[in-house]
Design a protein around this ligand. Sequence first.
Ligand SMILES: NC(=O)c1ccc[n+]([C@@H]2O[C@H](COP(=O)([O-])OP(=O)(O)OC[C@H]3O[C@@H](n4cnc5c(N)ncnc54)[C@H](OP(=O)(O)O)[C@@H]3O)[C@@H](O)[C@H]2O)c1
Length: 311
Amino acid sequence: MTRVVLATAYGGPEVLTVADRPVGEPGPGQARVAVRAAGVNPADWKSYTGAFGTDPAALPKRLGFEVSGVVTAVGPDAAVAVGDEVIGFRVSGGYAAELVVPTSALVPKPASLGWEQAAGLMLTGATAVHALTATGVGAGDTVLVHGAAGGVGLMAVQLAVLRGARVVGTVGGDGADLVRRLGGEPVRYGDGLADRVRAAAPDGVDAALDLVGSDEAVDVSLELVADRQRIATIAAFGRAAADGIRALGGGPGANPGTELRDAARTELAGLAGDGRLEVVVAGVFPLEEVAAAHRQGMAGHSHGKLVLVPW
Ligand SMILES: NC(=O)c1ccc[n+]([C@@H]2O[C@H](COP(=O)([O-])OP(=O)(O)OC[C@H]3O[C@@H](n4cnc5c(N)ncnc54)[C@H](OP(=O)(O)O)[C@@H]3O)[C@@H](O)[C@H]2O)c1
């Protein structure tokens, strides 16, 4: 048996509970992983708050798409060995003390990377790689990143800078220092945003990433970026369809980019392992305090990753 987080109904974080469930033996091409840390993402709470539907047959729900941990057992033909330190992405039910995953979901954890950082690297990192690739961001570009101090935003800022781009990133206030430290130029979102971006980037903006999903982010992107194919959103799927900008991820009409995101794992592990990409951890919670972690995340102003640890 192992401890897992379950959403037992649709609703707020009060529907979350920790229960014992059988962990099972790994089958062919599978491994069992003792979880050291699990990354928290907005998709986790969206899965039980009703944002993705309220099918009663899908309850109770396991949560968690990314973990770091140690391989404790392997099935036939497994590509990993007992004792390997790994990052699992994309996994299903990662909010657990132990779980069985396909070995195709595992990449080696760089020894230099902490468990909590490793658990928070992949979902946001792969999303940021997808967004930068889809909009063709490269050397010499100026890119506007909406939501620069969030989980995906901090990855996008750093990865864009590594590609040789100049980054103007929107923040609500106290994320400014963090965005600046990681190589971006913060501007405050809210009324007058387009003018503040023009002042920060008088030669113009080549591409924009909406990592928030607000009308303001889409409207300002449309106002400042001439080529709509160089504007991407990971959250405003309705606006993407209406305005002809790129929609990325799991939303309606969006490009999931599965192959590109899977391929990005190796690059992300390499960059984080050699210290060129920082995973900012904004909070660490024991598994039993998952509801508190989600309440903090749902408030919408985290600066970095929230992480669960199973003890
Ligand atoms: N499609 C995909 O593949 C995909 C993948 C990952 C995430 N997502 C979605 O993308 C969104 C962000 O995810 P995340 O993990 O980065 O979330 P997060 O870590 O919770 O970050 C949210 C950030 O948004 C900023 N923010 C809040 N209101 C804002 C506003 N009105 N304008 C500009 N910034 C604002 C906050 O910064 P301040 O404190 O500065 O306000 C906060 O740092 C979520 O909706 C998530 O579901 C989609």
